[in-house]
Design a protein around this ligand. Structure first.
Ligand code: NAP
Length: 215
């Protein structure tokens, strides 16, 4: 990744890793990343499009290269945002622990890692590979949509792992009312997606005929 060879920050480095399928990326993701950057004083947010998500191998997902390119188009104007190919280049299912280990192993300076993703996904973290190590290596920012039950989130976390409360921060983002599913459905119905995703992403979807068929 270009970023790995150009970074030159001295002192503490706070790194946000924005994990997701990004099929496609939309304004909700961008607002989330910017809000997390500001609230947690992150130096950079690196978007990490999932390669073959371990829990989704039977579903139809757009090619990793399409998702990588759309994500790159979406973040290009923000100097604090980068995109990593680390997961999309894997042929086998990818696991968050390997991604976090990779970025956590940087030296000079060694970063403090914050993994940002949907709250629902984080509630399932106990089924993820090496989750105990993952909770030691990273802080989690669990992002929720309007209408999402925060009580349910806290109850589930309390019940399953009270120790985790300090490692998980919940962030509610009103702009996440937009979802990738909503965008895919609109494209399949021939409806406009203008302003739901940056214009270059909208053009990319059109040019490559993505999401024309309902899944
Ligand atoms: P997903 O299908 O892309 O998303 C699940 C839900 O969370 C959707 O509602 C999604 O909304 C939302 N979401 C996803 N990423 C988000 C983000 N960065 N910010 C805000 N909302 C987000 O995600 P997933 O495939 O479940 O996985 C999420 C992350 O967890 C990925 O990085 C994945 O690799 C990781 N994960 C790892 C393991 C493991 O290591 N074993 C297992 C499961 C998941 P949109 O559809 O609008 O994005």
């Amino acid at each position: 990744m270009f970023f790995e060879t150009t970074r030159n920050k001295a002192g503490n480095l706070k790194l946000g890793l924005m994990g997701g399928t990004f099929d496609p990326i939309h304004v909700g993701h961008l607002v989330t990343a910017e809000e997390a950057r500001q609230q947690f004083d992150l130096d950079y947010v690196i978007f990490v499009p999932a390669g073959v998500p371990p829990h989704k191998d039977n579903e139809m997902i757009s090619l990793p290269e399409h998702r990588f390119l759309m994500t790159s188009l979406a973040v290009m104007s923000n100097p604090s945002f980068f995109v990593s190919r680390i997961e999309i280049e894997q042929k086998e299912p990818t696991f968050t622990i390997d991604t976090v280990r990779h970025f956590g192993s940087w030296k000079n300076p060694e970063p403090e890692v914050f993994f940002i993703t949907g709250a629902d996904a984080i509630l399932e973290i106990f089924s993820w590979k090496d989750y105990e190590e993952l909770l030691k290596l990273s802080t989690f920012i669990a992002v929720s949509r309007p209408g999402y039950s925060l009580d349910r989130f806290h109850e589930t976390l309390d019940r399953t792992c009270p120790d985790m409360q300090q490692k998980v921060h919940l962030l509610e983002i009103p702009a996440l009312a937009v979802s990738s599913t909503f965008i895919r459905e609109r494209v399949a119905l021939g409806k406009t997606i203008k302003y739901l995703t940056p214009e270059p992403v909208e053009q990319y979807i059109k040019k490559h005929g993505l999401y024309r068929v309902t899944r």
